[in-house]
Design a binder for this molecule. Structure first.
Ligand SMILES: [Fe+2]
Length: 183
């Protein structure tokens, strides 16, 4: 599967622009994380890019979200490893996270939300001016972007990264595609 094919499939299945931006942000961080860990950047990037492809199709039904997505990406030619990571990024199914790819997608997904929210409260709403230190501070404020699950983000430790490095890496990755994110 090429990135273009993945994007075409996303365009066919997802209308919400913010959801698409979230998937692009997840892709960017997954690629950077793969590079840091010596993993397959293409596979990790595509997994991040496609992980929420079924959100609109499943209409918010958490019992089918990510099950359908895993099936869809397999049809697109994704590897079983990619499909498994997508399946278990939704904790509702209770599918254990086994591989580094599974674990990476799980902690990257909520990090994009925290960084986006921390950007949107800046006066210029631009990623360029956001500091990792500020994201770290926001991380500690429980009521800030409460949907960005701090416990899940902290699971970066399972990949051998401490929180500071993870936040810094995620921020840099998102800053690298700021234009695509409109931030
Ligand atoms: Fe997501």
């Amino acid at each position: 599967m090429t990135r273009k094919e993945a994007l075409n499939s996303i365009k066919a299945n997802v209308e919400n622009k913010n959801l698409i931006k979230h998937m692009l942000a997840t892709e960017a961080i997954m690629r950077t994380l793969a590079e840091r860990l010596g993993e397959d950047e293409k596979e990790w990037g595509l997994t991040g890019l496609l992980h929420d492809i079924d959100v609109e199709l499943t209409g918010g039904d958490m019992n089918s979200h990510s099950k359908l997505g895993a099936d869809l990406v397999m049809e697109l030619g994704a590897s079983e490893a990619m499909a498994h990571a997508i399946l278990c990024h939704n904790p509702a199914h209770g599918t254990p996270r086994e591989t580094s790819l599974d674990k990476a997608l799980f902690c990257v997904d909520p990090l994009t939300g925290l960084i986006t929210a921390a950007t949107l409260v800046l006066p210029d709403k631009k990623l360029a001016g956001l500091k990792a230190k500020s994201v770290r501070k926001r991380f500690k404020e429980k009521s800030f972007a409460a949907g960005a699950n701090r416990e899940y983000i902290s699971l970066c430790s399972e990949l051998g990264l401490d929180l500071d490095e993870f936040i810094e890496l995620g921020l840099k990755a998102m800053q690298g595609i700021a234009d695509d994110l409109g931030l």
